[in-house]
Design a protein around this ligand. Structure first.
Ligand SMILES: C=C(O[C@@H]1C=C(C(=O)O)C=C[C@H]1O)C(=O)O
Length: 315
């Protein structure tokens, strides 16, 4: 058992290495996780759409900062090329894949994924957490595990060229670390769509229940036939999507992230003396790229998570 656990933690390490500093670190993390469990339970009593939106607003800071941090390095493509890393049994994995798996395994042991707000990208890596389980006080159990992690991973790599310069400076480990911070921040935000959906459901249970039930009832309908069922299935998803969408809120979010990208991403100079006075302000990540990332990906994926959550809300 001990060996299995050590292998799950690190496939290259045959013996578990438990040093005294590591023991103290885990003890501290276990303690802080117990404290945060208490906080999670307290949060459940103040749960509403407003508190959910506050959470999403705060996550914008993490996302914008993490993109700025990743933009410090050029594209560094070998970090994503499985032929670069010598992964042994995991040779089909890129350096980033390996880094993400191993980091998540350590974080899983410290209890990161005991927190219902967090979902790993590599859930199949079996790791026994060192802290007790937390049962979500908020999410509906049948839909609590809905997530868009695969789509988030793909989306991130499609967008990468827009906020990194082409090039290779050899700092692949730092690049992978910066990537994982971005991916985890995006995942937390987008998969938080489950909490948004729960808050909306509690605010208008009748409206949501009839939209959800419309989909369930159709499969039992005597008029059921595959093409019409399929069409209506899409329409019902559409109805849910319409119900949960707030165009005004989306515009607010996009304007705010643009402002954050400008404020966080500008060079700070003393006495307002800039090296190139005449040029337009230069940002570390183009604010319009952040707006498009939100408008084309982050918001639509959050809404897909919301719809998916609601479809299982009455299970
Ligand atoms: C998250 C919400 O649901 C939807 C998604 C939004 C987003 O991802 O920012 C914003 C408004 C809604 O269309 C919300 O209402 O706050």
């Amino acid at each position: 058992m001990g060996r299995e656990r050590a292998e799950a933690l690190s496939p290259y390490q045959s013996k578990p290495m438990v040093s005294r500093p590591l023991f103290y670190t885990f003890s501290f993390l276990s303690f802080s996780c117990l404290c945060s469990c208490k906080q999670l339970q307290e949060m459940a009593s103040q749960f509403n759409l407003e508190s959910v939106r506050e959470f999403l607003t705060r996550e914008e800071d993490s996302i914008v900062f993490s993109l700025i941090e990743r933009a410090k390095y050029p594209s560094n493509l070998p970090a994503y090329d499985p032929s670069y890393s010598t992964g042994g049994a995991l040779r089909n994995y890129s350096l980033l894949d390996l880094f993400a798996r191993e980091t998540e395994a350590v974080q899983a042991r410290a209890g990161r994924y005991r927190n219902p707000e967090e979902i790993p990208f590599f859930p199949k890596v079996l790791v026994l957490p060192l802290v007790p389980a937390v049962h979500s006080q908020v999410l509906h159990p049948a839909s609590a595990s809905v997530n868009a992690s695969n789509a988030i991973w793909k989306m991130y790599f499609n967008r990468l060229p827009q906020f990194t310069a082409k090039g290779d400076d050899g700092r692949y480990a730092l690049t992978a670390a910066a990537d994982l911070v971005c991916l985890q921040a995006l995942s937390r935000r987008i998969n938080y769509g489950r909490f948004v959906a729960e808050a909306k459901f509690r605010d208008a249970p009748k409206d949501y229940t009839s939209a959800i039930r419309a989909e369930v009832d159709l499969s039992d309908s005597p008029f059921f036939s595959f093409p019409s069922y399929f069409l209506m299935f899409l329409q019902d998803r559409d109805a849910l999507m319409r119900l949960l969408t707030s165009a005004a809120q989306e515009e607010t979010v996009k304007s705010r992230v643009k402002k954050k990208a400008k404020v966080f991403g500008q060079d700070v100079t003393v006495n307002n003396i800039s090296k190139n006075e005449s040029s337009r302000p230069k940002y570390k990540v183009d604010p319009d790229v952040v707006v498009h990332l939100y408008g084309d990906w982050v918001i639509p994926l959050t809404k897909l998570v919301e719809v998916e959550y609601l479809l299982h809300r009455l299970d």
